[in-house]
Design a protein around this ligand. Structure first.
Ligand code: SF4
Length: 372
């Protein structure tokens, strides 16, 4: 699928009449050589190019901060959870398929930066082999089709995935992880065939869901609302995962504004993710946990119950850890999901320092830290 957009810095300069100093441009090109830039036309028009601090620009336009390589390219342990090329099985009930390395736009904060938009051997090669694995594991109740972005694939391919997965009796639901409603919403509401496919396979007995990724209230445009509405009318509930990002949505007002826009559009707030300590992302985007918790709680004070159904989560290699609370210099955490199912629901605490951004930065309080 060809998506109109910009992959060269010069194209942005000429289209939006901006000029980047020569030295800076040289360095930005080094960044883009490592991790490609692609800004869909539609999304580029949401940016105020005259504002150097524009939050939408920060999401998608490369930055010199990406030259900082502290962190890791696999913060969630994806390699160790890969059971077949392109198939991960971390949590008992969920199989994760990486079906493509392409996206409708490349987010600078992507936690799969190691593979999006660049040659990779991590995406699915043999769908049939993945299907056999899923069929052979009756504990798997749901499949998350991700990538990259699966909605950049042809509709026929999406239909094939849904058709085959729908034949697996123990699958209760199928999810797509997609940022297309944000980057290229017309791909959804202009493709009647895609909507027919969703209607065909999203049934009362086995629902198809779409989990999307809005980060800022300005992304919830008329077009994005139309895409969400088309999905809902096709029987596909839409939920949202936001990443808490420095200089994008790291204020209670912005976060609360986003949740209000999402709920008014019919999108269910699902997670606010702590930004992972990914190479070329961590120093650019990660908000310390202490500050992040304050932002999230202040945002919740501005919201009704419906809009604050999300959890503030750290997607750690051991599991999804909910950031439950802070008292003094202690942070309280809980395994919302865990590789080890026995730990799901376990509450524990760690010593919090002002700049800590990840579980690994937190010191244990004592050896009995898991106390429930
Ligand atoms: S759309 Fe998703 S997978 Fe693609 S670059 Fe953005 S965060 Fe990464």
């Amino acid at each position: 699928m060809k998506i109109p957009g910009f992959s060269r810095i010069e194209e942005i300069e000429s289209k939006f009449n901006i000029s980047i100093p020569k030295e800076e441009k040289k360095k930005l090109k080094r960044v883009v050589e490592k991790h490609p830039m692609f800004i869909p036309d539609y999304y580029a028009n949401l940016i105020n190019w005259e504002d150097p601090k524009d939050p939408i620009k920060n999401i998608i336009f490369p930055s010199l901060d990406e030259l900082n390589v502290s962190g890791s390219y696999d913060t969630s342990g994806e390699k160790e959870n890969t059971v077949l090329t392109g198939l991960q099985h971390k949590y008992r009930e969920t199989a994760l398929l990486l079906v493509t390395n392409r996206c409708a736009g490349y987010c600078r904060h992507c936690f799969r930066k190691r593979l999006v938009g660049i040659p990779t051997d991590e995406t699915l090669k043999l769908f049939d082999a993945a299907l056999e694995y899923i069929k052979g594991h009756p504990e798997i109740t749901n499949v998350l089709i991700s990538g990259g972005d699966p909605l950049v694939l042809p509709t026929d391919v999406i239909e094939y995935f849904l058709g085959e997965l729908s034949k697996v009796p123990h699958l209760k639901f199928i999810r797509f992880g997609s940022r297309v409603p944000v980057f290229y919403p017309m791909r959804i509401y202009e493709d009647e065939k895609l909507l027919d496919v969703f209607s065909k396979y999203s049934k009362p007995e086995r629902r198809v869901y779409l989990v999307t990724h809005f980060n800022h209230p300005r992304e919830v445009t008329r077009e994005a609302r139309k895409a969400v509405d088309s999905l809902i009318r096709s029987g596909v509930p839409v939920s949202n995962q936001t990443v808490l990002l420095k200089n994008v949505n790291d204020s209670p007002e912005t976060l609360a504004g986003l949740m209000k826009e999402l709920t008014s559009a019919g999108v269910i707030p699902y997670y606010v993710f702590q930004c992972r300590p990914v190479k070329r992302v961590k120093s650019h985007f990660q908000v310390p946990l202490k500050k992040g918790y304050e932002i999230v709680e202040k945002a919740k004070q501005m919201l009704d119950g419906h809009a604050k159904r999300f959890k503030y989560i750290m997607s750690h290699k051991t599991g999804k850890i909910e950031i439950v609370g802070i008292i003094g210099n202690e942070i309280y955490l809980k395994y919302h999901q865990c590789k080890n199912p026995k730990k799901v629901g376990k509450l524990f605490k760690r010593i919090l320092t002002p700049n800590a951004g990840w579980l690994d930065d937190l010191k244990p309080v004592n050896r009995e830290e898991v106390f429930v």
